[in-house]
Design a protein around this ligand. Structure first.
Ligand code: ASP
Ligand code: MG
Length: 420
C-alpha cells in the first residue's frame, strides 16, 4: 500500500464531465488499496478570469485582496471533486489551505510555502478518507490572510503536500502523457522520456517546456520527492493503480539522476522563441561598465539571459550583446536610455527575431564533445550562431527565429533522440 498524491491541473477539471473523469482516476487508486490525497487547480480559465476582474476593479489593488479573490477558483474545484467522490461511494473531504494549514510567507501573489503539518491529514488517509486539497493557496500566519503561490502554483502545492504527507510518489496529471525529448508538435520523432533527472527538468522548465512549475521541481529535488508526469486523458480503467515497482510503465518520472541507469549524453532539445537580442555598440571598455548596464536592468526587474561581451578592437571600446524576454524589450530599451548618462556613449541595435535552442543532458558532465557536435551540425545546415551560453548540463545557442525548427529537428536527430 502506498501513499499517493495526485494533482490535476485546470484542463483536467475543466467541467463536471472532466471532474467525473478525475474522480474515476482517484477511485481506481483507492480501490487498488492506495492512500490518496488529491491536489486540484482551478477549472481552466477561471484564474485568468478572476485576475482580470481584480485588475478591472482597480489597476492598483491590495495584494491580500487579490489573493482573497484568485484563491477561490481552487475552492470550487476541490468542493466539486469531493462531492463527486462522495457520490461514487468514497469517503472524501475537501481542504483549503488554511484548514490544513499550509503556512506561507507574506509575499502575497507569489508566496512561498513555509511549512505544512501533514500529521492530521495523514491519519485521515490511513482511515481511508480521500483528502481533496486546493492547490495554489495557503495562509499567511501573521495576519491570518489567504495567500497564493503565483501562477502555476498548484504543482508546488502538490509536491509540498507529498513531502508533508511522506507520500511515496507525487503524480502530476496533466494534458500531456509525459516529458518528451522535444516539442512533439515540431519534432514528430520526439519520444516520451521514461525518466528525467531533477536537474534536466529544471533546465527544460526554465527553457519554456512548461510542464511543471519550476519551483515545484526545485522543491522535489531538495526533498528527493519522486514526481511523475502523466495524462488524465487516458481512460481511468486503462491504467493500473500505483505500484512502486511499476512506476515506469506510464508517464515520466522526475527523479534523482542516480536512479537513471542508462544515461543518454543528451536527453532533450528545447527551444524558446520569446527571446529578444540587444546589442550595445561601442560601450567604453573599462571597469564598472557592465555593472552600470545591468544594474538598472536588475532594478527594473528585467531578467537578462545570455550575455556576450566582445574583445575590444581598439582597447577602448567593446560591443555587448544580451538577451531578454521579448515582452521586456521596450522596458529594457527605456531603462538603458535612462541610464545613458551613467553608462556613457553607445549605440543600440535590437531584434526580436531570435530564438534560443538548447541541448540538455546530465551525460554532458562526463562526455566531451557535445558542444562541438552541436556547432558542426548547425554549420552544416548553414545556421549562424549569434550567441552561446553553457552550463554543466546545457548548451544554448541564439539563432535567427526562421531556423529554429530546422535546428531543433537537426539536433534531435544527431544526438540520437529520434524514435524509429
Ligand atoms: N489556478 C492557478 C493558476 O492558474 C494555479 C495552477 O493552476 O497551478 O495559476
Ligand atoms: Mg500548470
Amino acid at each position: 500500500m502506498s501513499v499517493v498524491v495526485m494533482k490535476f491541473g485546470g484542463t483536467s477539471v475543466a467541467d463536471i464531465e472532466h471532474i467525473r473523469n478525475v474522480a474515476h482516476h482517484v477511485k481506481r487508486e483507492v480501490e487498488g488499496g492506495n492512500r490518496v490525497a488529491v491536489v486540484v487547480s482551478a477549472m481552466v480559465g477561471v484564474t485568468n478570469q478572476l485576475v482580470s476582474w481584480v485588475r478591472e476593479a482597480s489597476v492598483l489593488h491590495d495584494a491580500r485582496e487579490y489573493d482573497a479573490v484568485v484563491a477561490t477558483g481552487e475552492q470550487v474545484s476541490a468542493g466539486l471533486l469531493a462531492i463527486m467522490l462522495q457520490s461514487m461511494g468514497l469517503q472524501a473531504r475537501s481542504w483549503q489551505g488554511w484548514q490544513i494549514p499550509i503556512l506561507t510567507s507574506a509575499g502575497h501573489g507569489a508566496a512561498r510555502i513555509r511549512s505544512i503539518d501533514g500529521g492530521g491529514l495523514r491519519q485521515r488517509l490511513e482511515d481511508g478518507e480521500v483528502a481533496v486539497i486546493t492547490g495554489f493557496q495557503g495562509i499567511e500566519p501573521e495576519r491570518q490572510r489567504i495567500a497564493t503561490l503565483g501562477r502555476g502554483g498548484s504543482d508546488t502545492s502538490a509536491v509540498a503536500m507529498a513531502i508533508a504527507l511522506k507520500a511515496d510518489v507525487c503524480d502530476i496529471y496533466t494534458d500531456v502523457d509525459g516529458v518528451y525529448t522535444s516539442d512533439p508538435r515540431i519534432v514528430h520523432k520526439a519520444h516520451r522520456l521514461p525518466k528525467v533527472s531533477y536537474e534536466e527538468m529544471l533546465e527544460m522548465a526554465s527553457l519554456g517546456s512548461k510542464v511543471l512549475q519550476t519551483r515545484s521541481v526545485e522543491l522535489a529535488m531538495v526533498n528527493r520527492m519522486r514526481v511523475r508526469v502523466l495524462s488524465s486523458f487516458v481512460a481511468p480503467d486503462a491504467m493500473a493503480p500505483v505500484h512502486m515497482d511499476r512506476l515506469e510503465d506510464i508517464g515520466t518520472i522526475v527523479c534523482d539522476e542516480d536512479e537513471i541507469v542508462e544515461n543518454q549524453v543528451v536527453s532533450g532539445i528545447a527551444y524558446a522563441k520569446d527571446e529578444a537580442k540587444v546589442t550595445l555598440i561601442k560601450v567604453e571598455d573599462k571597469p564598472g561598465v557592465a555593472a552600470r548596464i545591468f544594474g538598472p536592468l536588475a532594478e527594473a526587474n528585467i531578467n537578462v539571459d545570455m550575455i556576450v561581451q566582445n574583445v575590444t578592437a581598439d582597447g577602448k571600446h567593446t560591443d555587448m550583446t544580451f538577451t531578454v524576454q521579448v515582452a521586456e524589450l521596450p522596458r529594457t530599451l527605456e531603462a538603458l536610455k535612462a541610464a545613458k548618462s551613467d553608462i556613457g556613449n553607445f549605440g543600440v541595435k535590437s531584434s526580436a527575431d531570435v530564438a534560443k535552442v538548447s541541448v540538455i543532458g546530465i551525460g554532458m558532465r562526463s562526455h566531451a564533445g557535445a558542444a562541438a557536435m552541436m556547432f558542426r551540425a548547425l554549420a552544416d545546415k548553414g545556421i549562424n550562431i549569434l550567441a552561446i551560453t553553457t552550463s554543466e548540463i546545457k548548451i544554448s545557442v541564439l539563432i535567427d527565429t526562421a531556423y529554429a525548427e530546422l535546428a531543433v529537428r537537426t539536433l534531435h536527430s544527431i544526438y540520437g533522440l529520434d524514435a524509429d
